[in-house]
Ligand binder design. Sequence first.
Ligand SMILES: [Zn+2]
Length: 278
Amino acid sequence: MSATKARRTTAPATAEQPAGRAQDAIYERIWNAIVDHSLPPGTKLTEDRLGEIFGVGRTRIRQVLFQLAHEGVVTLEPNRGAFVAQPTVRDAREIFEARRVLEWAVVARALHTLTPTGIKRLREHLRREDAARTAGDRRTLIKLSGDFHLLLGEASGNSVMSDMLRNLVSRASLIIALYEHAGASSCPPDEHTAILDAIDARNPRAPDMMRHHLEHVERSLMLRSGGSPALDLKTIFDAQASLRSGDKDANQGNQSQYDGEHDAQDRTSSVKRRRARN
Ligand SMILES: [Zn+2]
């Protein structure tokens, strides 16, 4: 079972589905579109437009947007609506600093709490990561790499820490999609395996290995203070290619993205104006 919980279903939203499942599917579609850049940072997420695309009312769209905002990948602005988050270099550094502290503690707990069943589940997960890496499926690899960390969080047995980690990993996934070198892998190959081997062997160095791993991930990002996010063109073009060959909903989503571009630019200007005042 995936660490991303049952709500991350891949089923399309249809009227026949129970309300909860349809909402989960909408959540999944928007989350994926944000992380794979079909909806670039700053894009306005209009409730009416999303309601049309997914065939549901505004209330349900709003609930999904609140959930995404809670996870830090969407920002809600009073009187302006919802936008895809635009994490800054400072946000990225703060998120990775927080992850190093939190995940050191997660692994320290996992040394005592991870069961043979949990180890088996994580080893199965690593095989899926390898398959995505071999296939060059970057979007899936970013998601699965994050899921490895979430699975460890769940296995640590502290639900508060696990929830905090879910928030940080969602925001980090957006940052990785935004700042990573084209062609890099989201987590360096073999490091997850080494960490899991160390936990399995009850090696007390395991928490430090996780901290170093997160330092490696942060170093793989092109974080330059003061610069604007380096958009990964490959990601954008891959997403556009899949939209061109995709279904009707995907094409509507593309139009929605286009509609949002002017709003996104307006928002960037307003953010700059706010910063200039500070
Ligand atoms: Zn990792």
